[in-house]
Ligand binder design. Structure first.
Ligand SMILES: NC(=O)C1=CN([C@@H]2O[C@H](COP(=O)(O)OP(=O)(O)OC[C@H]3O[C@@H](n4cnc5c(N)ncnc54)[C@H](OP(=O)(O)O)[C@@H]3O)[C@@H](O)[C@H]2O)C=CC1
Ligand SMILES: Nc1nc(=O)c2c([nH]1)NC[C@@H]1CN(c3ccc(C(=O)N[C@@H](CCC(=O)O)C(=O)O)cc3)C=[N+]21
Length: 297
């Protein structure tokens, strides 16, 4: 069996096109241009790449992009003051604080300082609570992108057994909540899980969000399973260059899975598209305009 490749890049392009249409409609009918503020503290090179590509996409769909690059030794009070300023700024509809933050900053405190209606990452405790109780929430972009691709490839997800590997607040946990809301039977695995291959072998859907290159082996998978690889790992190659690989051993998995996301070109591009979709949705809500259908969960 050769798996269907779930082309996240193509999927994201369709979603971005739809976001761009909504942005243009908002401009023409309301004179409003949605704005996204991205805050980066410190010099982490990987984070800088993401922040740059987010900024580019934001401008491409016609939205305003505001970037704040703060030094690694920024005081918590300074960061909180910036967030407060962005909370109060009506031209800013979405606020993203790039994670991880430097050690001396309290991540939960900082995230929870964001106005929940501008929390386009969906990390604020009130959005997490809404999602956990099955209410309308701002949904974290990575799991949201994964869900959109799963719906497209699996159709109705009800009754399927999903194994989510990873329990972080930004990927694993919200992914599990979303799948539960779709009536999947959900297993959440983590570093203390025993017999992980046995769980994976029973799964119709596997979402790998571990942060370990090529961690999930092909032979663990059930034939025909749908595999979503969230991992982004940069590994050294023999010749001194680096390349991006996921958390799944793609070459082995593609012969067993029914469908699989590649890395790069899978979950990553969808994450950015969902971020911009969330920003348009946030903009519509704050102006009491009907929310664009099909753009978010
Ligand atoms: N494509 C995208 O848009 C995004 C990609 N990512 C990528 O996804 C991956 C995961 O990110 P994130 O959730 O933030 O990572 P975290 O490091 O926060 O979480 C990793 C999770 O994997 C679990 N884990 C670690 N080792 C094992 C193991 N041996 N067996 C089973 N579970 C294990 C951990 O368990 P425990 O809780 O017990 O420690 C933890 O729950 C990373 O590669 C990251 O770069 C992240 C965000 C967005
Ligand atoms: N507050 C916050 N929100 C985030 O959403 C967030 C974050 N912090 N911190 C870091 C992680 C990581 N993340 C990625 C987004 C897109 C790609 C992406 O587009 N990747 C491309 C490849 C990019 C490349 O070549 O390096 C791809 O997979 O095809 C990757 C990773 C968002 N994150």
């Amino acid at each position: 069996m050769t798996a269907r490749i779930i082309d996240g890049k193509a999927f994201a392009a369709v979603l971005l096109e739809s976001v761009a249409e909504h942005v243009s409609h908002l401009k023409q009918t309301q004179g409003i241009t949605p704005g996204l503020a991205v805050v980066l503290v410190g010099e982490d090179p990987a984070s800088q790449v993401y922040v740059r590509s987010k900024g580019q996409r934001t401008v491409e769909v016609g939205m305003h992009s505001y970037e704040y690059r703060l030094p690694a030794d920024t005081l918590e009070a300074e960061l909180l003051a910036l967030i407060e300023q962005l909370n109060l700024d009506p031209s800013v509809n979405g606020i993203l604080v790039q994670l991880p933050l430097p050690q001396h900053l309290d991540e939960a405190l900082v995230i929870n300082a964001i106005d929940p209606s501008k929390d386009v990452d969906g990390f604020h405790i009130s959005n997490a609570g809404l999602l956990a109780t099955g209410q309308r929430a701002m949904v974290p972009c990575t799991p949201l992108g994964c869900l959109m691709m799963l719906r497209e490839y699996c159709g109705n997800l009800a009754g399927l057994h999903a194994v989510v590997i990873g329990r972080s607040n930004i990927v694993g946990k919200p992914m599990a909540q979303l799948l539960l809301n779709e009536s999947c039977t959900v297993t959440v695995a983590h570093s203390r899980t025993r017999n992980l291959p046995d769980f994976v072998n029973g799964a119709d859907i596997v979402v790998a969000a571990v942060g370990r290159p090529l961690f999930v082996k092909g032979e663990w998978l059930k034939t025909g399973a749908t595999v979503i690889d969230v991992g982004i790992n940069r590994i050294e190659q023999g010749d001194g260059t680096t390349r991006l690989v996921g958390d799944v051993d793609y070459d082995a998995a593609k012969d067993i899975a029914g469908a699989i996301t590649p890395v790069p070109g899978g979950v990553g591009p969808m994450t950015i598209a969902c971020l911009l979709a969330n920003t348009v949705a946030a903009c519509c809500r704050v102006h009491f305009l009907p929310e664009p259908a099909g753009l978010t969960a």
